[in-house]
Write a protein that binds this ligand. Structure first.
Ligand SMILES: Nc1nc2c(ncn2[C@@H]2O[C@H](COP(=O)(O)OP(=O)(O)OP(=O)(O)O)[C@@H](O)[C@H]2O)c(=O)[nH]1
Ligand SMILES: [Mg+2]
Length: 235
């Protein structure tokens, strides 16, 4: 099995070395750091540690992940991981197992299951993600509890979903389209710690409200406004 790991970064010089060092080298085939305009030496550190670094000058978390998907070198599975050392790269096998065993097409690292994680997750993020997860359960019949960034999927599944969300929508698009296409989405409990360095997205109440509103409207939009027919997955 070939495993590619995609890590979006924007000024994560304080943490990127730890993230890369903790990746299980015997499992991972390729590490792709997709960097947007860092000014703190993040890409240089990543390159020195053996990662392939891509420059993506357009900002947006989803954009960086999409650029990663477009540039991975023929993996069977793609793993998405943040560069702030909130997730533990050593837990990557937990995300891979259900896919390798043929039980899942997409796996999502859920941060709300492990009790010790609660200090690292601000209440506004927990509430926003819970609300989105409940809505997804009702409208799309996928039972999840979180919208964590640490996740994995088969490359052919990602390609079939024709993902396009370049910002906050990334967190839900693969779940919504994946559910509608009949792919199996499995949640896996993972550890979560306070980030190293400064927040770029949802560390603030303002950021969470912006992201939350965007995500909730997208859940409704994809449900009511079936813009494009999606490929039906059999088996
Ligand atoms: N390439 C790229 N990476 C980004 C961009 N914005 C954020 N990132 C990276 O995406 C990852 C997630 O960003 P975070 O700031 O941790 O967002 P968050 O996890 O919602 O918020 P925290 O609770 O502060 O951790 C980090 O590795 C960031 O460096 C961007 O515009 N482009
Ligand atoms: Mg983070």
């Amino acid at each position: 099995m070939r495993i590619s790991v995609v890590i979006p970064t924007h000024n994560e010089a304080q943490s990127i070395a730890r993230v890369l060092a903790d990746l299980p080298a015997d499992i991972v085939t390729e590490v792709l750091v997709v960097d947007s305009n860092s000014t703190d030496g993040t890409p240089e550190i990543a390159a020195k540690m053996g990662a392939r670094v891509l420059r993506e000058f357009r900002r947006g978390y989803g954009r960086a992940c999409l650029t990663g998907i477009a540039n991975v070198q023929h993996p069977d599975i793609v793993v998405f991981l943040d560069g702030d050392y909130s997730d533990r790269p050593s837990e990557l096998p937990l995300l891979l197992a259900p896919i390798i065993e043929g039980r899942a097409d997409i796996t999502l690292g859920s941060r709300v299951v492990v009790e010790q994680n609660h200090a690292a997750l601000p209440w506004h993020q927990v509430c926003g993600n819970r609300l989105a997860a409940v809505l997804i359960g009702l409208l799309y019949r996928v039972q999840i509890r979180d919208l964590g960034p640490f996740r994995a999927a088969r490359l052919d599944v990602l390609r079939a979903l024709d993902l396009e969300q370049a910002t906050y929508g990334w967190a839900v698009e693969m779940i919504l389209k994946g559910a509608r296409a009949g792919f199996r989405i499995v949640e896996v409990p993972v550890s979560y710690y306070p980030r190293i360095g400064t927040s770029k997205i949802s560390g603030t109440v303002r950021g969470t409200i912006g992201a939350g509103w965007y995500i909730l409207t997208l859940i409704a939009r994809y449900y009511f406004w079936r813009r494009r027919p999606l490929p039906q997955h059999s088996a």
